[in-house]
Write a protein that binds this ligand. Structure first.
Ligand SMILES: [Zn+2]
Length: 155
């Protein structure tokens, strides 16, 4: 289960590219991919709250839905890894636990709303019987720079 850092960094590159697409619709750049145990991408998403007028249209939720749809009736994402450019919020942390994702890899930490260590630690709460493995801070500087550039333009 413990993937090499280079593998996670490669997937983060794809998530960063997806994140840049959010900017086209005025959305905060956050991107996510879901890969199965073989390393095949089965879901992708980027933040689309403004585009869709949907407060739940976070990159992670969109990617998890796509991955579950790709798996057909087997919506449980056992063996899958979710890779996202920003530390998940409470909603997304809850969603990835419900989806039974095995691993979470994220980029920048979110000190204002992060639920995977910053403000809360939803996914590693010992009261839960499903706890994914976590690697945070992967290509964090690039993910943070992308967000800072967006907010500099939209202030
Ligand atoms: Zn979220």
């Amino acid at each position: 289960m413990d993937s090499p850092l280079a593998y996670d960094e490669g997937l983060m590159g794809r998530a960063l590219t997806l994140a840049s697409r959010a900017v086209e619709t005025g959305d905060v750049p956050v991107g996510a991919v879901v890969v199965d145990a073989d390393g095949t991408v089965i879901g992708e998403g980027w933040n689309a709250r403004e585009r869709d007028g949907d407060p739940t249209a976070h990159a992670e939720v969109i990617a998890l839905r796509a991955a579950a749809a790709a798996r057909g009736e087997e919506w449980r994402l056992d063996g899958c890894t979710l890779v996202v450019t920003l530390e998940p919020c409470t909603m997304c942390a809850g969603a990835l636990v419900l989806a039974r994702v095995s691993r979470l890899v994220f980029g920048a930490y979110d000190e204002k709303a992060g639920a995977v260590g910053s403000l809360w630690d939803v996914v590693r709460d010992r009261r839960l019987n499903h706890r994914p493995e976590v690697r945070g801070g992967v290509r964090a500087e690039e993910a943070a720079a992308q967000l800072l550039a967006f907010f500099a333009d939209h202030r």
